[in-house]
Ligand binder design. Structure first.
Ligand code: ATP
Length: 203
Protein backbone atom coordinates (compact mmCIF):
# COMPACT_ATOMS: atom_id res chain seq x y z
CA UNK A 1 0.00 0.00 0.00
CA UNK A 2 1.40 3.41 -0.83
CA UNK A 3 2.25 5.78 1.98
CA UNK A 4 0.13 8.99 1.87
CA UNK A 5 3.05 11.06 3.24
CA UNK A 6 4.95 12.70 0.36
CA UNK A 7 8.71 12.25 0.15
CA UNK A 8 10.45 15.34 1.51
CA UNK A 9 12.93 16.61 -1.07
CA UNK A 10 15.22 19.58 -0.52
CA UNK A 11 16.37 21.81 -3.34
CA UNK A 12 19.42 23.93 -2.71
CA UNK A 13 22.16 25.82 -4.54
CA UNK A 14 24.20 28.96 -4.04
CA UNK A 15 23.02 32.47 -4.82
CA UNK A 16 22.03 32.80 -8.48
CA UNK A 17 22.37 29.08 -9.21
CA UNK A 18 18.79 28.97 -10.48
CA UNK A 19 16.83 27.36 -7.59
CA UNK A 20 13.72 29.51 -8.10
CA UNK A 21 13.85 29.01 -11.88
CA UNK A 22 14.07 25.21 -11.47
CA UNK A 23 11.30 25.23 -8.81
CA UNK A 24 9.04 27.05 -11.25
CA UNK A 25 9.19 23.98 -13.55
CA UNK A 26 8.55 21.55 -10.69
CA UNK A 27 5.49 23.65 -9.79
CA UNK A 28 4.26 23.26 -13.38
CA UNK A 29 4.49 19.49 -12.85
CA UNK A 30 2.13 19.87 -9.88
CA UNK A 31 4.80 19.60 -7.18
CA UNK A 32 4.25 21.84 -4.13
CA UNK A 33 7.25 24.01 -3.26
CA UNK A 34 8.00 25.54 0.14
CA UNK A 35 10.35 28.50 -0.21
CA UNK A 36 12.21 28.64 3.12
CA UNK A 37 13.80 32.01 2.37
CA UNK A 38 10.51 33.74 1.45
CA UNK A 39 8.73 32.09 4.34
CA UNK A 40 11.45 33.17 6.80
CA UNK A 41 10.82 36.80 5.80
CA UNK A 42 7.09 36.31 6.31
CA UNK A 43 7.54 34.60 9.70
CA UNK A 44 9.77 37.42 10.97
CA UNK A 45 6.69 39.63 10.74
CA UNK A 46 3.88 37.15 11.38
CA UNK A 47 5.16 34.67 13.99
CA UNK A 48 4.62 36.50 17.33
CA UNK A 49 7.04 34.23 19.25
CA UNK A 50 9.81 34.80 16.72
CA UNK A 51 9.15 38.53 16.66
CA UNK A 52 9.38 38.71 20.44
CA UNK A 53 12.69 36.80 20.42
CA UNK A 54 14.15 39.09 17.73
CA UNK A 55 13.14 42.16 19.72
CA UNK A 56 14.53 40.82 22.99
CA UNK A 57 17.82 39.86 21.28
CA UNK A 58 18.41 42.80 18.93
CA UNK A 59 16.16 45.52 20.33
CA UNK A 60 12.93 47.36 19.49
CA UNK A 61 14.65 48.98 16.50
CA UNK A 62 14.46 45.64 14.67
CA UNK A 63 10.92 46.60 13.61
CA UNK A 64 9.45 49.79 12.20
CA UNK A 65 6.37 51.43 13.71
CA UNK A 66 4.13 49.73 11.10
CA UNK A 67 5.32 46.28 12.29
CA UNK A 68 7.50 45.53 9.26
CA UNK A 69 11.13 44.49 9.61
CA UNK A 70 13.62 47.35 9.85
CA UNK A 71 15.82 46.03 7.03
CA UNK A 72 18.26 48.96 7.19
CA UNK A 73 18.85 48.39 10.93
CA UNK A 74 19.25 44.63 10.58
CA UNK A 75 21.55 45.01 7.56
CA UNK A 76 23.83 47.34 9.50
CA UNK A 77 23.70 45.81 12.99
CA UNK A 78 23.09 42.13 12.33
CA UNK A 79 23.83 40.96 8.80
CA UNK A 80 27.26 42.64 8.72
CA UNK A 81 28.52 40.60 11.70
CA UNK A 82 28.88 36.78 11.31
CA UNK A 83 28.27 36.21 15.05
CA UNK A 84 25.01 38.18 14.93
CA UNK A 85 24.02 36.33 11.74
CA UNK A 86 24.43 33.04 13.61
CA UNK A 87 22.31 34.43 16.43
CA UNK A 88 19.43 35.56 14.19
CA UNK A 89 19.57 32.29 12.23
CA UNK A 90 19.29 30.34 15.48
CA UNK A 91 16.01 32.19 16.11
CA UNK A 92 14.59 32.07 12.58
CA UNK A 93 15.46 28.48 11.56
CA UNK A 94 13.42 26.69 14.27
CA UNK A 95 10.40 28.83 13.34
CA UNK A 96 10.84 27.94 9.65
CA UNK A 97 11.32 24.25 10.56
CA UNK A 98 8.03 24.20 12.48
CA UNK A 99 6.17 26.12 9.79
CA UNK A 100 7.52 23.77 7.09
CA UNK A 101 6.28 20.68 8.98
CA UNK A 102 2.79 22.16 9.39
CA UNK A 103 2.71 22.91 5.63
CA UNK A 104 4.19 19.52 4.67
CA UNK A 105 1.55 17.61 6.61
CA UNK A 106 -1.14 19.10 4.37
CA UNK A 107 0.47 17.98 1.08
CA UNK A 108 -0.70 14.90 -0.80
CA UNK A 109 1.62 14.83 -3.85
CA UNK A 110 4.14 11.97 -4.32
CA UNK A 111 6.88 14.33 -3.15
CA UNK A 112 7.27 17.95 -2.10
CA UNK A 113 10.15 20.39 -2.40
CA UNK A 114 11.73 22.53 0.30
CA UNK A 115 13.74 25.25 -1.43
CA UNK A 116 16.51 26.84 0.65
CA UNK A 117 19.92 28.34 -0.08
CA UNK A 118 21.19 26.95 3.22
CA UNK A 119 20.01 23.36 3.64
CA UNK A 120 23.25 21.65 4.63
CA UNK A 121 24.53 24.63 6.64
CA UNK A 122 21.44 24.72 8.89
CA UNK A 123 21.18 20.96 9.38
CA UNK A 124 17.73 20.99 7.71
CA UNK A 125 18.96 18.44 5.12
CA UNK A 126 19.01 15.72 7.81
CA UNK A 127 15.21 15.71 7.93
CA UNK A 128 14.82 15.28 4.16
CA UNK A 129 14.55 12.07 2.14
CA UNK A 130 16.53 13.46 -0.81
CA UNK A 131 18.38 16.64 -1.74
CA UNK A 132 18.80 18.20 -5.20
CA UNK A 133 21.62 20.69 -5.78
CA UNK A 134 21.25 23.25 -8.56
CA UNK A 135 24.77 23.79 -9.79
CA UNK A 136 25.96 26.56 -12.03
CA UNK A 137 29.44 27.95 -12.86
CA UNK A 138 30.48 30.85 -10.62
CA UNK A 139 30.94 33.34 -13.46
CA UNK A 140 27.42 32.70 -14.78
CA UNK A 141 25.94 32.97 -11.28
CA UNK A 142 27.56 36.34 -10.67
CA UNK A 143 26.47 37.65 -14.09
CA UNK A 144 22.88 36.44 -13.61
CA UNK A 145 22.56 37.94 -10.12
CA UNK A 146 23.95 41.31 -11.28
CA UNK A 147 21.40 41.29 -14.09
CA UNK A 148 18.54 40.29 -11.73
CA UNK A 149 19.53 42.57 -8.78
CA UNK A 150 20.89 45.86 -10.16
CA UNK A 151 21.22 47.22 -6.58
CA UNK A 152 23.99 44.68 -5.83
CA UNK A 153 27.68 45.15 -6.67
CA UNK A 154 29.93 42.36 -7.90
CA UNK A 155 31.87 42.58 -4.59
CA UNK A 156 28.64 42.06 -2.60
CA UNK A 157 27.69 39.01 -4.68
CA UNK A 158 31.18 37.52 -4.26
CA UNK A 159 31.01 38.19 -0.51
CA UNK A 160 27.74 36.20 -0.26
CA UNK A 161 29.22 33.38 -2.38
CA UNK A 162 32.26 33.18 -0.11
CA UNK A 163 30.02 32.76 2.94
CA UNK A 164 28.09 29.85 1.41
CA UNK A 165 29.20 26.21 1.28
CA UNK A 166 31.16 25.60 -1.96
CA UNK A 167 29.05 24.29 -4.82
CA UNK A 168 31.25 21.15 -5.25
CA UNK A 169 30.62 20.17 -1.63
CA UNK A 170 26.86 20.71 -2.02
CA UNK A 171 26.85 18.52 -5.14
CA UNK A 172 28.80 15.75 -3.36
CA UNK A 173 26.36 15.74 -0.48
CA UNK A 174 23.26 15.76 -2.73
CA UNK A 175 21.34 12.84 -4.25
CA UNK A 176 20.68 14.68 -7.51
CA UNK A 177 22.45 17.54 -9.29
CA UNK A 178 20.81 19.79 -11.87
CA UNK A 179 23.43 21.48 -14.03
CA UNK A 180 22.22 24.94 -14.92
CA UNK A 181 24.97 26.17 -17.19
CA UNK A 182 24.62 27.83 -20.56
CA UNK A 183 25.09 24.65 -22.60
CA UNK A 184 22.80 22.31 -20.67
CA UNK A 185 19.00 22.14 -20.92
CA UNK A 186 17.35 22.07 -17.49
CA UNK A 187 13.89 20.74 -18.44
CA UNK A 188 15.07 17.19 -19.40
CA UNK A 189 17.06 17.01 -16.15
CA UNK A 190 13.99 18.05 -14.15
CA UNK A 191 11.77 15.51 -15.91
CA UNK A 192 14.27 12.72 -15.21
CA UNK A 193 14.44 13.53 -11.48
CA UNK A 194 10.65 13.91 -11.34
CA UNK A 195 10.23 10.42 -12.81
CA UNK A 196 12.78 8.90 -10.42
CA UNK A 197 11.11 10.49 -7.40
CA UNK A 198 7.62 9.42 -8.50
CA UNK A 199 8.91 5.87 -9.16
CA UNK A 200 10.74 5.71 -5.84
CA UNK A 201 7.54 6.76 -4.08
CA UNK A 202 5.67 3.79 -5.61
CA UNK A 203 8.25 1.16 -4.62
P1 ATP B 1 18.87 33.22 -5.02
O1 ATP B 1 19.66 32.28 -4.20
O2 ATP B 1 19.51 34.56 -5.11
O3 ATP B 1 17.42 33.31 -4.61
P2 ATP B 1 18.29 31.41 -7.19
O4 ATP B 1 19.23 30.26 -7.01
O5 ATP B 1 16.87 31.19 -6.80
O6 ATP B 1 18.89 32.72 -6.55
P3 ATP B 1 17.23 32.31 -9.73
O7 ATP B 1 16.59 33.54 -9.19
O8 ATP B 1 16.37 31.17 -10.14
O9 ATP B 1 18.38 31.80 -8.74
O10 ATP B 1 18.17 32.66 -10.97
C1 ATP B 1 19.03 33.79 -10.95
C2 ATP B 1 18.80 34.61 -12.22
O11 ATP B 1 19.28 33.86 -13.33
C3 ATP B 1 17.34 34.91 -12.49
O12 ATP B 1 17.21 36.20 -13.05
C4 ATP B 1 16.94 33.84 -13.54
O13 ATP B 1 15.92 34.29 -14.40
C5 ATP B 1 18.25 33.65 -14.29
N1 ATP B 1 18.40 32.27 -14.77
C6 ATP B 1 18.40 31.15 -14.03
N2 ATP B 1 18.59 30.05 -14.80
C7 ATP B 1 18.70 30.51 -16.07
C8 ATP B 1 18.92 29.87 -17.35
N3 ATP B 1 19.05 28.55 -17.46
N4 ATP B 1 18.97 30.66 -18.44
C9 ATP B 1 18.87 32.00 -18.33
N5 ATP B 1 18.66 32.67 -17.18
C10 ATP B 1 18.59 31.93 -16.06
Amino acid sequence: MSNPKPLWVGITGGIGSGKSTVCHFFKLLGIPVYSADDRAKWLMVNDPDLKEKIISTFGEESYLSDGTVNRAFLAEKVFSDPEQVKKINSLVHPSVGKDFKTWAEKQTSPYLLKEAALLFETGAAKELDYVINVSSPLKIRVARVLMRDPHRSEAQVNHIINQQMPDEEKSERSDFVIKNSENKLIIPQILEIHKKLCDSKQT
